[in-house]
Design a protein around this ligand. Structure first.
Ligand code: UTP
Length: 443
C-alpha cells in the first residue's frame, strides 16, 4: 500500500498536513519514518492499552531458589567446559546498548561514558578489553554483537572507530540498530518531533531478539558455529563477559535453553526485579509488580523469600534465539512527555519476557561485590562514584588475595588486559605494572 494510503487507513493522515510545504528531501525523510512503522500494530496496542484494566491478580507466584555457583563442586568443571567452548569459537557476546540512559544524563551513547577511573576508560573500552583478554586465553576471537538504536548508532560506531575497536578484530564485531515505535498522543495520533520526523522511540531492550535476526546477525553467528550467546546491559562495570563457568554450567545442563546470573537482594525494599515462578513458568517480576505481602515474606533468618535479583546478565542457546525471532514478546506501555506532548504513549518490549516463553532456564548465583556495579544515576546509588568504589575495592581484594602488599589508603584499578577476573596477579606483577596496567586511586 502507498504510504499515504496507509496513513489514511489508520487514521494518521494528520501527518500529511503541511506536506506541500516540505522540501523534497523532507518529504522523503517523513516517508522513510512512516514506512519504518507498523501502524496496524500501533493501532492495536493503543486500543488494548488505553482501555485495558491492568494485571490479573490470580497469578500463582512462587519464589525460585538458587545457590552461589562458586560454591558448587562442579564449578571448576564448568569453567573447563566453558573454556573448551570458547576455544572452539562457540560463544559470542551480545550487548544491548540502544537505551537512552536518561537517568545518567550523559549526552551520547552510555557505553562511551568515562566513569572517572584513573585510566579514563569508557564502559565500552572496559568491556572490549575483557573480551580481548578472554579471547587471547581461549586462542579464538569472541564474536561481539552490539545493538544500538537509531538515536545513538552513528555515535557508537564513531567511538569504536576513533579507538580502533580497542584492538579487537573488526570482522568479529557487528553493530546493528534496534527498531523504534512512534509515540502516540492521548487520542492515538502519531506524534512528530519535527516537520519531517516522527517521534520515534527505541522499542525496548526486548527488541533485541527481532533486531538480532532481522539484521542478519543471528545467521552470522550460526554460520560461525556459535551455540551460546552471552547477553548483557551496557552499564555494569564489573560484568564478566562470556564468563567461562557460566557458559559451562548451561552447556552441562541438557534441558535449559537459557541461564541468568542472579544475586541476593540487599533487603526486601531494594528496587530490583526478581526471578520467580509465575503460573509455573520462570519469569522476572518487576519490583512494582510483586505484591507487597510477597515482597515482605522472609526466611526464618530474615532474608527475603523473593531474593533472586535480576542483574541483566543472561546466556541463551542459539536454539532459544531462533525460537524468539518468531515468538512475539508482549508489549508494555508507559506514559511520558515526548516532543513536548504530555501523557504520550510509548510502547516497548522487555527482554526478560523471553523467559516464560522459553519455559526452561537455570539460575546462576553470584556475589554482588564480584559482578554487579551498574551505572544508572548521575549521583548516589548505582552512580559512577559507587561503581568506581566497587571496582576499586574488588581489584584491591584480588591483589591482596594474590599476596600483594597494598596501600591501605588506596583503591586499585587493574586493566582488564592484565586480569579478566583476578587471575595472573602477584607481587612481581604488581611491582612491574603499578602506574601502567595497575593504577592506585583515592576512595
Ligand atoms: P535501562 O533500563 O537501564 O535503560 O536499560 P537506559 O535507557 O539505559 O537508561 P534510562 O532508564 O533511560 O536511565 C538496560 C539496558 O537495556 C538497554 C540499555 O542500553 C541498557 O543496556 N536498552 C534499553 C536497549 O538496548 N534498548 C532500549 O530500548 C532500552
Amino acid at each position: 500500500m502507498d504510504f499515504k494510503n496507509t496513513l489514511y487507513s489508520y487514521g494518521q493522515d494528520h501527518l500529511l498536513e503541511n506536506w506541500n510545504n516540505l522540501s523534497e528531501e523532507q518529504q522523503l525523510t517523513l516517508k522513510r519514518d512512516v514506512e519504518s512503522q507498523d501502524f496496524k500494530l500501533l493501532q492495536r496496542l493503543f486500543q488494548e492499552h488505553s482501555s485495558k484494566p491492568s494485571t490479573s491478580t490470580e497469578d500463582e507466584i512462587l519464589p525460585l531458589t538458587f545457590d552461589l555457583a562458586e560454591n558448587n563442586i562442579r564449578h571448576s568443571m564448568w569453567e573447563e567446559t566453558g573454556f573448551l567452548l570458547l576455544e572452539k569459537g562457540q560463544v559470542a557476546a551480545f550487548l544491548v546498548a540502544g537505551g537512552q540512559g536518561s537517568r545518567l544524563g550523559f549526552e551520547g551513547p552510555k557505553g562511551a561514558f568515562n566513569i572517572g577511573l584513573p585510566s579514563g576508560k569508557s564502559l565500552f573500552q572496559i568491556q572490549a578489553e575483557r573480551i580481548l583478554n578472554l579471547s587471547n586465553k581461549a586462542g579464538h576471537p569472541i564474536p561481539w554483537c552490539i545493538m544500538t538504536s537509531p538515536l545513538n548508532h552513528q555515535e557508537t560506531l564513531t567511538h569504536f572507530e576513533e579507538h580502533q575497536f580497542f584492538g579487537l578484530p573488526r570482522e568479529y564485531i557487528r553493530f546493528f540498530s534496534q527498531g523504534t515505535m512512534c509515540a502516540l498522543d492521548s487520542n492515538g495520533k502519531a506524534i512528530k518531533s519535527s516537520p519531517e520526523h516522527l517521534a520515534l522511540v527505541p522499542d525496548g531492550n526486548g527488541g533485541c531478539f527481532r533486531a538480532l535476526a532481522q539484521s542478519g546477525t543471528l545467521a552470522w553467528l550460526i554460520e560461525k558455529g556459535v551455540r551460546f550467546v552471552f547477553l548483557y546491559s551496557v552499564d555494569n562495570v564489573l560484568v564478566r563477559i562470556a564468563d567461562p563457568a557460566f557458559v559451562g554450567a548451561l552447556a552441562s545442563d541438557g534441558r535449559a535453553l537459557s541461564s541468568s546470573k542472579v544475586l541476593r537482594k540487599k533487603n526486601a525494599q531494594e528496587k530490583v526485579g526478581v526471578f520467580a515462578s509465575k503460573n509455573k513458568l520462570p519469569a522476572v517480576i518487576e519490583y512494582s509488580d510483586l505484591p507487597e505481602a510477597l515482597r515482605l515474606e522472609t526466611y526464618p533468618d530474615g532474608a527475603p523469600l523473593f531474593d533472586a535479583a535480576n542483574i541483566a546478565i543472561h546466556l541463551f542457546r542459539t536454539e532459544a534465539l531462533k525460537r524468539l525471532q518468531s515468538t512475539p514478546l508482549p508489549w508494555h506501555s508507559a506514559k511520558k512527555t515526548v516532543s513536548e506532548v504530555e501523557n504520550a504513549w510509548k510502547f516497548e518490549q522487555f527482554l526478560f519476557d523471553a523467559f516464560p516463553l522459553l519455559g526452561s532456564m537455570t539460575l546462576f548465583g553470584v556475589s554482588r561485590e564480584d559482578e554487579f556495579a551498574p551505572v544508572k544515576n548521575a549521583e548516589g546509588d548505582d552512580s559512577p562514584k559507587s561503581a568506581r568504589q566497587m571496582l576499586g575495592s574488588l581489584h584491591k581484594y584480588w591483589l591482596e588475595r594474590a599476596g600483594v602488599k597494598t596501600d591501605p589508603r588506596k583503591l586499585y584499578e587493574i586493566s582488564p588486559t592484565l586480569s579478566y577476573a583476578g587471575e595472573s596477579l602477584s607481587q612481581l606483577v604488581f611491582d612491574r605494572e603499578l602506574g601502567k596496567n595497575i593504577l592506585a586511586f583515592d576512595p
